[in-house]
Design a protein. Structure first.
Length: 222
């Protein structure tokens, strides 16, 4: 077996670096390239660029690309994306899981907002665990006007905090058949009212359970 060292890029020219960045942009058909997109498709690594030019923004400017960044993403949206990733994976998302094909936002976006990837996860869990578990607090207000039924038992809709709490309690598995995205990526998990909302069941954690889409449809048929 022959062992070979990977190519060393310290002496690569500025022109070659910028040209490869342009190449990735052309391949993507985009006017800008994120760090994660370049690392997935580029010849070099973003750290080679930032050591040479100082920042990714500077690299984009030298390549004639747009220096765009999603600075104004609501923190709530970032947390909802984390909840969705946790649901898909049935476990804590890892840095390398946050790729554009499955996640709305890259791990770098979370690092910039929270200081580190770990800091983002800790902030997410803190927000979830500090929730009061009261239906009206956990669910978003859709309208200031409530029906008499909503006044009595709360809203039917389940927001991402309560959804995450239920799935975490149920170990991200269907309570009927045990199916989980961790063992079968095609499994879709739903949150179900044990006592139907239409029959007076409340949207509280005690009346909610995790079901796969097949068992949830089966329950509805019954």
């Amino acid at each position: 077996m022959k062992f070979e060292l990977e190519e060393f890029h310290r002496n690569v020219s500025d022109e070659d670096l910028i040209e490869d960045l342009r190449r990735v942009a052309m391949k993507l058909g985009k006017s800008s390239v994120t760090i994660d997109e370049y690392n997935e498709r580029g010849k070099f690594h973003n750290t080679t660029f930032t050591r040479r030019f100082g920042s990714w923004f500077t690299c984009l400017g030298k390549a004639g690309l747009e220096r765009t960044r999603n600075l104004n993403i609501p923190t709530e949206d970032l947390f909802q994306n984390l909840e969705g990733m946790w649901k898909k994976l049935s476990r804590q998302p890892r840095y390398n899981d946050m790729v554009s094909s499955v996640s709305m936002y890259s791990a770098g976006t979370y690092e910039r907002r929270f200081g580190s990837w770990r800091g983002a996860l800790e902030s997410f869990i803190k927000v979830v665990d500090n929730s009061t578990l009261q239906t009206n607090d956990l669910n978003d207000d859709i309208s200031n006007v409530k029906s008499s039924k909503e006044e009595k038992q709360g809203k039917r809709t389940i927001n991402w905090r309560l959804r995450f709490l239920v799935m975490r309690r149920d170990n991200f598995k269907c309570k009927i058949c045990g199916a989980s995205p961790a063992t079968n990526p095609e499994v879709l998990l739903h949150i179900d009212h044990i006592q139907p909302w239409s029959k007076g069941g409340k949207t509280v954690i005690e009346n909610l359970q995790t079901l796969c889409s097949i068992c949830n449809i089966g329950k509805s048929d019954l």
